[in-house]
Structures are given as structure tokens and as C-alpha cells.
Ligand binder design. Structure first.
Ligand code: T6T
Length: 326
């Protein structure tokens, strides 16, 4: 009898060992759907995600639309759902319009994590409330705080008085909405500054540049602009150069393409708030694999910022914060 118990025990251990080994061998497929594919911010996020996927033995699919829009992103999402990946990491291009399409992925048993942007009202998931709490986690910058940093630096740069405005993408995007919100809240601390009407550029730097010219024509005493994402900031900087107002109109830029250091050194841009997109990709993949292995993952991870201005433009930290363009 005792012998029998010992052999049964051994058998159970062997079976468990085999099951553990099989679980270790399962090669997960994770899809990363960016806001758009040609933006250095998402190219850099892809690099971080790919490196982590290789480390963890997962397969990463990177597929997205040609512009930052639900119209081009939703068909990509549907095509990805049809390929039945184990998990989807996505930067939703609209807070509301991506809820129903992502619910379809969730209903198909795919684990969902949002990176950079969120769906719903506030990026708080797994609360048991509302129709957008089903993603497992939100991995991103603190965008309200980013807007506050931009406001304080711009206020300082213009000596606490004058007219400024926000160059933004379009309403409905969680990140850029929150940056504008943080910027405007913080600017209330500066009674000498008036914030003019926001200009929406549809993620088009040329449009942002023409808008700078139009705002300046209406307000020749314009003192500053906050470019709330990469293309808004690039466009605002081009507008300032074209108007011959380098140094006279201060620019606070969100995001850090390769051109940013030259623009800072050349005096067109006063400061740039760099996000850490590679970390978003890396943590996103890590969380997806953990969740697929049955581990509980945090519902929020903040990736932080590196702020660059003339004083630290040559530092190693500033160089490391620049996004890749390919
Ligand atoms: O600013 C980033 C990203 O955080 C935002 O959601 C959309 O625009 C960028 O991709 C920069 O172009």
C-alpha cells in the first residue's frame, strides 16, 4: 500500500513537471496596434515591444493604420482579431469609438492592454464600472502632468505674461485631451497669461504651421505656443521660423523626434517633453505575457518623462530620450 502511494505521488509530480514544461514552451502571439505606423513615437514603442517579445519568446505582430484615425484603425483591429492573437496591445485613436470594436476582441477571449492612449473616461480599468473597464491595464505617460510641465515652462519662458495657445490634434484622443486639460488648469496660476482658443490640426504639421501664421495675424503680440504632440509641435516650430519670430514666440513641444535637439539649440523650441515609448512597448509585452501565464498585473503603469532644454541638450539622458524614425 505504502509503495503504491509513493509511486502515485511520483506520477503526479512527473505529470505536473510535464505540464509546467509545456506551459513554459507555449509561444504567445501578441499584436501591437499603434495610433499610426509612420510616427517616430510608435516606431520607438515597436522597438521596445519587439526586444521584450524576443526576450520572452513571444511572437509580436505590428500592424496599424496610415493616419491617427478610428476610420483606418478599426479595420486593422478587425483583421487582427481574425488572426486570433493571444493578446492585443493597442493605442486607441479615440476614447469612445474604439470601445465597441475592442469589446469584440475581448469577447473573443483576447487579452487587451492599452498603451499610450485609453478608452472610456479616465483610463481606470477592471473597476467593474462602465462599458470600458475590460482592458487589463493602461501603460502610458501621465498626460495631465505633462500638460502642467509644459504650462509652467512656457509661463517661465514668457516672463509670466502674454498670449499663448495650444496646437492640438483633435478632440476625443485621451492623451492630447489630457495634455490640454493639464496645461489650461496650470495656466490659471498665471493671471498675466491668457490662453487663446485651441487650434486643431488633425495630426498634420503643415496645417499646424499655417494655423500659427493665422493666430499671429490676429494676435501680433502672441508670446507662446504649446504643441501638444509631435506633429503639432513640429508644425508650430515651422510656423514660428517662417514668420521670422524665432525666440520671440516661445515653443513648448511634446515629444522628441530626431530634429528636436537642433530646434532647441537653434532657439526655435524652448523645451521638449519626451515620453518613453520604448518602455511602453516593453512593459506592455511583459504584462501581456504575465497575464497569459495567469499572473495578476497592475491596472496602471506610468512610464515617466525626460525634459530637454538648452541646458541639458547635450547630455546622455537627452540623447537616449530621442525617438527613432525607422
Ligand atoms: O504624442 C504621441 C502620442 O502620445 C499621442 O497619443 C499621439 O501623438 C503622438 O504619437 C506623437 O505624434
Amino acid at each position: 500500500m505504502r509503495k503504491w502511494i509513493v509511486s502515485a505521488g511520483l506520477l503526479v509530480m512527473v505529470v505536473m513537471g510535464v505540464m509546467f514544461a509545456l506551459a513554459q514552451q507555449k509561444k504567445y502571439t501578441i499584436a501591437l496596434i499603434p495610433g499610426l505606423t509612420t510616427d517616430g513615437f510608435y516606431i520607438t514603442m515597436h522597438k521596445g515591444a519587439e526586444a521584450e517579445a524576443q526576450k520572452l519568446g513571444a511572437t509580436l505582430i505590428f500592424q496599424g493604420g496610415p493616419e491617427f484615425s478610428p476610420t483606418t484603425q478599426i479595420p486593422v483591429l478587425n483583421a487582427i482579431i481574425a488572426r486570433k492573437p493571444d493578446a492585443i496591445l493597442i493605442a486607441p485613436t479615440d476614447k469612445q469609438q474604439l470601445i465597441a470594436p475592442l469589446k469584440k476582441a475581448f469577447d473573443a477571449g483576447i487579452k487587451i492592454i492599452t498603451v499610450d492612449t485609453f478608452i472610456g473616461d479616465n483610463g481606470m480599468y477592471q473597476t467593474g464600472k462602465g462599458n470600458a473597464d475590460f482592458p487589463l491595464s493602461y501603460v502610458a505617460s501621465d498626460n495631465v502632468q505633462g500638460g502642467r510641465i509644459a504650462a509652467d515652462s512656457l509661463a517661465k519662458a514668457i516672463g509670466g505674461k502674454g498670449k499663448v495657445y495650444v496646437s492640438n490634434v483633435k478632440p476625443g484622443i485621451s492623451t492630447t485631451d489630457q495634455r490640454e486639460q493639464g496645461f489650461k488648469e496650470e495656466m490659471k496660476k498665471y493671471p498675466g497669461i491668457s490662453v487663446l482658443q485651441t487650434q486643431y490640426n488633425d495630426d498634420d504639421a503643415n496645417k499646424a504651421a499655417s494655423q500659427l501664421a493665422a493666430v499671429l495675424a490676429r494676435n501680433p503680440d502672441l508670446k507662446g505656443v504649446f504643441g501638444a504632440n509631435l506633429f503639432s509641435a513640429e508644425g508650430a516650430a515651422t510656423g514660428v521660423k517662417t514668420a521670422g519670430k524665432r525666440g520671440a514666440i516661445k515653443v513648448a513641444a511634446f515629444d522628441c523626434p530626431e530634429s528636436i535637439i537642433n530646434d532647441i539649440k537653434g532657439g526655435t523650441i524652448d523645451l521638449a517633453i519626451c515620453q518613453h515609448p520604448a518602455d511602453m512597448g516593453r512593459i506592455g509585452v511583459q504584462y501581456a505575457v504575465d497575464a497569459l501565464n495567469g499572473k495578476k498585473i497592475p491596472t496602471r503603469y506610468g512610464t515617466g518623462y525626460t525634459v530637454i532644454d538648452k541646458a541639458n541638450a547635450d547630455s546622455a539622458a537627452a540623447k537616449a530620450a530621442i525617438y527613432s524614425s525607422k
